[in-house]
Design a protein around this ligand. Structure first.
Ligand SMILES: Cc1ncc(COP(=O)(O)O)c(C=O)c1O
Length: 387
């Protein structure tokens, strides 16, 4: 079997020539300029949100959300941020670094997202402490948006989303990222590639101005001239006027140019990923556990999750992958509470679904160059293991 990597570069020779043209044109800026704006506009149109802010990566996009939560949502009483027990470390670490108390809630095997029933029970007792619920959509899965919106209203608590892995997925026909202020990553390993990169998506103008300034040192002059007036400070020069305690999370026109080339192919990628995932689900034995399907959620998968009741099957399946040049990974962090960096924030035994995913699951890559034949060969072996 040919080598099956987690992901591969999407870029063609034609793309490389186009990029050479970009570099050769002396009129083009390489730092953040027109191409970043163009990429932001294209992404807003695709997502269906009013504003997109392009940043250096998904982790710095999450950091902007953490900064916003600290500046705008937190108070002496509200210092807790709720996270799922399975997500990526930089969905959590920026918040902890800013002094938030993390509260982990277990995920559901139905959609690998924060379990909304457990969240409801937690908020019923603790909503007064909560500055933000920061959910993650994992592996291309779509969380239960309706239930989350209801909880947001019921407890008057903001919900935002790390959507680094599901930014092609939809809920009731609308892009998942359009429902919440959310982030994504356009790192090489993800669905859409800009080398490194990330976005914050919002439909709130005030939030967009906060994220745009905070991405660029907190400076007011990063906003268009007509939006600067309300931030002016007569004590300082407008050219170096720092309204927020910002940072430098800018991305560049070079990365935006790469991202725009890939952006043009989104619909092709969606079709391909859907058809490849169907080959997987149509053929794999029902003894393997797959997330549920829901009529109103279209999951454009980031990878092929392999989960089984029998941890020995997992070990044999992973060995088969090693022997056959198929790259594998744990399902993101596994149980995040097992990680050394987070061991002081909870007892990992208290998260049975995360434990199950940790001990019984892994994933292999799903990218547009994987072939149906590769998937069928892998699935045939997996099925033999449980026959
Ligand atoms: C759920 C999730 N959040 C955040 C990130 C971080 O994105 P980036 O690698 O662009 O910093 C990742 C990436 O690996 C991720 O999977």
């Amino acid at each position: 079997m040919a080598i099956w990597n987690l992901n591969e570069s999407n870029f063609t020779w034609i793309d490389r020539l186009k990029l050479a043209g970009f570099f050769l044109n002396p009129k083009n800026m390489w730092t953040m300029s027109r191409k970043v704006q163009e990429f932001e506009q294209e992404m807003s149109g695709y997502i269906g949100c009013a504003h997109s802010v392009f940043v250096s990566n998904g982790s710095t996009a999450n950091t902007l959300i953490a900064m916003f939560a600290r500046d705008r949502l937190a108070s002496a009483e509200k210092n807790t941020v709720v996270f799922p027990s399975v997500t990526w470390i930089t969905s959590v670490s920026p918040f902890v670094r800013l002094g938030f108390e993390p509260k982990f809630i277990d995920v559901s095997l139905d959609d690998l997202s924060l379990d909304v029933h457990l969240l409801d029970a937690y908020l019923a007792e603790n909503h007064h402490k909560v500055a933000l619920v920061f959910i993650t959509s994992l592996l291309g899965q779509t969380p239960n948006v309706k239930a989350l919106k209801e909880l947001e209203a019921k407890y008057n608590v903001r919900v935002m989303m790390d959507n680094c892995e599901s930014h092609f997925s939809t809920y009731e026909g609308k892009n998942l990222s359009s429902y919440f202020t959310s982030t994504t990553s356009t790192y090489f390993g993800h669905l859409l590639q800009s080398v490194e990169g990330g976005f914050v998506f919002t439909s709130n103008k005030d939030e967009q101005e906060y994220f745009t300034m905070s991405r660029n040192h907190g400076m007011i002059r990063t906003l268009p001239a007509h939006e600067q007036a309300r931030y002016q400070n007569p004590l300082v020069d407008d050219r170096f006027s720092f309204h927020y305690l910002g940072n430098n999370f800018r991305n560049t026109d070079v990365h935006a140019s790469v991202g725009l080339l890939d952006f043009a192919r989104i619909q092709t990628y969606i079709k391909k990923r859907k058809s490849l995932y169907k080959v997987f689900t149509d053929n794999i034995s029902p003894k393997y556990i797959l997330p549920k399907t829901f009529a109103n959620r279209e999951n454009i998968m980031f990878c092929l999750p392999i989960m089984t009741d029998d941890s020995q099957v997992k070990i044999k399946a992973m060995q088969y992958c090693v022997d056959n040049g198929i790259e594998t990974r744990p399902i993101i962090s596994g149980n995040l509470l097992r990680q050394t960096a987070l061991k002081d924030f909870g007892d990992y035994h208290e998260y049975p679904v995360a434990e199950f995913i940790h001990n019984h699951g892994f994933y292999v890559g799903l990218h547009p160059r994987v072939t149906p034949a590769q998937i069928k060969t892998l699935v045939a072996f997996l099925n033999e293991l449980v026959a």
